[in-house]
Design a binder for this molecule. Structure first.
Ligand code: DAH
Length: 354
């Protein structure tokens, strides 16, 4: 009997010590298992009752049951105290101070095309260019005539647009939605004269609508007019722009092309930013390894003269690129329509629009 007394005292004191150092409800649960669980200290004692003689058993049973009640009570009391403390702590953490000034909602982000425009403009500003803007409702005169695209010119076929007046009635003064940002070249030369370094971002319009063409899209035009401008300066500037925009050195190639407003005319291809030319099945470069990103050339003397500048004294270069395409390439957007349909979920679903 005294042996049992000792064991009871032992269990009691070790329990009290353990309970005293238990500070969480989780810890308390463990404690409960340790004493009252299937293999718990008290359970083991209770199981040993069967080894006692029938005379000893009732008293021993009473002692152990009393102990069990005591431990259960202590655990329950402690549980209530700890739960209260934990609730209070959680509440304090979540407490809302309604007197604080509002922090505002998480702000939205720039549209990928706007972001692209800002990045390109900022690179070009670093090269000494200013921003010039022109109207989206443009005169035939600036959009075509001054750019060496008279009404009969076949190059107009690729740039059919939306007319706001009948070209036949109003001639070169007729109004249309501009088909490119190139008319801003003329307006800027007329307004600022030479020397001149400008970039002109903005919306342009064409009678196109398919998965890769939208009736409205965004371009960025560049124009430099100075004395003795060489083609190598044009090459250097554009390579700088592309590498700066994509954040690494990309292979490039300049291909002969044709535009009525430049002579000679070129197109710039950069190495495929998706596969680097290594994937014959690449959907971005169609397996060619190259991406056409920019039209460019030395400004045609006709255009310099249209801008009111003497082509004998000044020359220069121009380039034009699609901002939507640049945004798609940089941010891995695989369908032009995501840019315009107003469904932001595409961009929120983990796309890398940084
Ligand atoms: N305006 C041309 C287009 O929309 C792009 C372009 C090509 C602009 C060559 C330029 C240039 O300034 O030099 O297709």
């Amino acid at each position: 009997m005294s042996d049992l007394d000792n064991q009871v005292r032992e269990v009691k004191s070790s329990f009290d010590r353990a309970a005293g150092s238990t500070t969480t409800t989780d810890g308390l649960q463990e404690l409960k298992v340790r004493y009252l669980g299937k293999k718990g200290a008290l359970t083991v004692l209770l199981k040993s009752l069967k080894d006692l003689s029938p005379e000893e058993r009732p008293l021993a049973g009473e002692v152990l049951n009393t102990l069990r009640d005591e431990l259960e009570r202590k655990i329950e009391n402690k549980k209530q105290a700890l739960t209260r403390a934990e609730d209070a702590a959680a509440e304090a953490m979540e407490k809302i101070d309604v007197t604080l000034p509002p922090r505002g909602r998480p702000a939205g982000a720039f549209h990928p095309v706007a972001q692209t425009m800002h990045e390109i403009v900022s690179i070009m500003q670093g090269l000494g260019y200013s921003v010039a803007l022109g109207p989206e409702i443009e005169e035939d005169h600036y959009n075509f005539e001054c750019l060496n695209m008279p009404s009969w010119h076949p190059a107009r076929d690729m740039q059919d647009t939306f007319y706001l007046s009948n070209p036949e009635d109003a001639g070169s003064g007729s109004l249309l939605l501009r088909t490119h940002t190139s008319p801003v070249q003329i307006r800027s030369m007329l307004r600022y004269g030479a020397p001149l370094r400008i970039v002109c971002p903005g919306k342009v319009y064409r009678r196109d609508n398919d998965p890769t063409h939208s009736p409205m899209f965004n371009q960025l035009e560049g124009l430099l007019i100075e004395e003795n401008v060489s083609f190598s300066i044009l090459k250097g500037s554009l390579v700088e722009l592309m590498n700066g925009f994509f954040g690494r050195e990309l292979k490039n190639r300049f291909r002969a092309s044709y535009f009525p407003f430049t002579e000679p005319s070129m197109e710039l291809d950069i190495e495929c930013v998706d596969c680097g030319g290594k994937n014959p099945g690449c959907r971005v470069c169609k397996g060619t390894g190259w991406l056409e990103v920019c039209g460019l050339g030395m400004v045609h003397p006709f255009v310099v003269r249209s801008g009111g500048i003497d082509p004998e004294k000044y020359n220069g270069f121009a380039f034009g690129m699609g901002l939507d395409r640049m945004a798609m390439l940089k941010y891995g957007i695989n369908d032009l329509r995501y840019l315009f349909n107003g469904n932001v979920s595409y961009f929120l679903s983990g796309r890398n629009v940084s």
